[in-house]
Structures are given as C-alpha cells and as structure tokens.
Design a protein around this ligand. Structure first.
Ligand code: ADP
Ligand code: ADP
Ligand code: ZN
Length: 214
C-alpha cells in the first residue's frame, strides 16, 4: 500500500502517518524528519536544508528528490510506505508519478487531512517533539504523562525552531502557494480522499482506516 499524506503544516499528517505505519507494517517516511536527522548529524545536506527550513521555506526540489529516491530504494519500501511531507510541490509529485510509472506502479491513496488556517497556529504553538525518538506531543491536545519528558524514551521534549508563530505564518503561505495545488493533482488521478482533521486524533484515524479498508 502506497499512501501520501497531504495537508497544511500542523494538520496532523505525522500523527496519523505513524499510526498507519504501525497498523499496516509499512515504513513512515517523513522528509522533514530526514532533514532534521541530517541537521543533527551536521551532514552537508542537513546544513543546506537548514537555510530554508529556518525561514519556513521549502528545500529545493532537486535536493529533496535526490534524498527521497534514495530512500525508496531501501528494502523496507517493497510493500509500500506512508509518505508524510512529500510530495510538497507539483514538480515533486510529477517526479514521484514518473518514478512509479517506470515500474507500472502508482500511489493508492492521497489523504488530505483538512484543517483550516485558524486552527493551525494553535496546533503548532503547542507541538513538542522528543529530541531522541522523534515522538510528537501537544501541550493541550496530547500531553506527555510527565511534563517535558517523552513517554516512549524519557528524553527531553522541545519546540521546533520553525514552530514559532512568525515562521508558522510563512509556512502556511508557502503551503497555500506550493503544496495545496497537489490536492487537485491527486483529485485528477482519482486518488484523493479528504478527512476532517479538526476531529480528535482517534476519530481522524478511524476515518482513515475506513477509507483504506473500503
Ligand atoms: P510539518 O510536519 O509541520 O508539515 P515537516 O517536518 O514536514 O513540517 O517539514 C519541515 C520543513 O522541512 C519544511 O518547512 C521544509 O522546509 C522542509 N521540507 C520537508 N519536506 C519537504 C519537501 N518535500 N520539499 C521541500 N521541503 C521540505
Ligand atoms: P503535521 O505532521 O501535519 O505537521 P503533527 O502530526 O505534527 O502535524 O501535529 C501537529 C500538532 O497537533 C502536534 O502537536 C499534534 O500532537 C497535534 N495534533 C495532531 N492531530 C491532532 C488532532 N486531531 N487534534 C488536536 N491536535 C492534534
Ligand atoms: Zn522519545
């Protein structure tokens, strides 16, 4: 099963993608996580990506495509994957379609997690991430058992630099300009499914499962 998660920054793509990956035994591939891991290790790719991420801009397509095509070549992608944060531009989507077509393959579902802009800033300002395992929390909607500590591994929880309100507004405008057109792109292929992302996490997940298992 090959699934794409679409939606604004903070819509809940990562939260849902992790659960889909666990339930169906497919890898969760987040380009944002891969960039952040590279940054943490100080690789040239990570340092280059940081210039864009800090400003709330997208990393150039070329760099992103190199990285993702490399990831698809891994063994664990044989039975599919859930993509979170990729594709984010029409050229990225076209490159993905082409790469799959080479193997007579295509995406099964593009799931748009729909959340209006008004809710996004609140979502992002409360988001906290584990420095060690990458688990995501929300100070109000999904708090950890002990404040500031990861439930999974006990490591410290931090706010991402790009989740500060100024950067969030930039990311939202980048989303509307560069990523939202993908909704029509996948609608054109008959692959688009929309879920109401303002519902509670468990409810959103139930809705997604019912789409995948229809
Ligand atoms: P969010 O989970 O809030 O949507 P991500 O973790 O997916 O954010 O992405 C963080 C940042 O990483 C983006 O703002 C962008 O700079 C960069 N990034 C992630 N995926 C891509 C992509 N497919 N193309 C270009 N830039 C990307
Ligand atoms: P994305 O990957 O789309 O950027 P995340 O999955 O990281 O979004 O979610 C953004 C923030 O909102 C996180 O703090 C997460 O815990 C919280 N969140 C996710 N889904 C919901 C939901 N349905 N209701 C309330 N908060 C949510
Ligand atoms: Zn952790």
């Amino acid at each position: 099963m090959k699934i794409i998660m679409l939606g604004a920054p903070g819509a809940g793509k990562g939260t849902q993608a992790k659960q889909i990956a666990a339930k169906y035994g497919i890898p969760h591939i987040s380009t944002g996580d891969i960039f952040r891991a590279n940054l943490k290790e100080g690789t040239p790719l990570g340092l280059k990506a940081k210039e864009y991420m800090d400003k709330g801009l997208l990393v150039p397509d070329e760099l992103t495509l190199d990285l993702i095509m490399d990831r698809f070549a891994s063994d664990d992608c044989k039975n599919g994957y859930v993509l979170d944060g990729f594709p984010r531009t029409i050229p990225q989507a076209e490159a993905l379609t082409k790469a799959l077509e080479k193997n007579n393959d295509s995406i099964d579902f593009a799931i748009d997690v729909d959340v209006p802009d008004e809710n996004i800033v609140k979502r992002m300002s409360g988001r906290r991430a584990c420095v060690s395992c990458g688990a995501t929390y929300h100070v109000v909607f999904n708090p950890p058992k002990t404040e500031g500590k990861c439930d999974n591994c006990g490591a410290e929880l931090i706010q991402r630099a790009d989740d500060k309100p100024e950067t969030v507004l930039n990311r939202l405008s980048v989303y509307h300009k560069q990523t939202q057109p993908l909704i029509d792109y996948y609608k054109g292929f008959g692959k688009l499914k929309t879920v109401d992302g303002t519902k509670e996490m468990e409810e959103v997940f139930r809705e997604i499962v019912s789409i995948l298992e229809k």
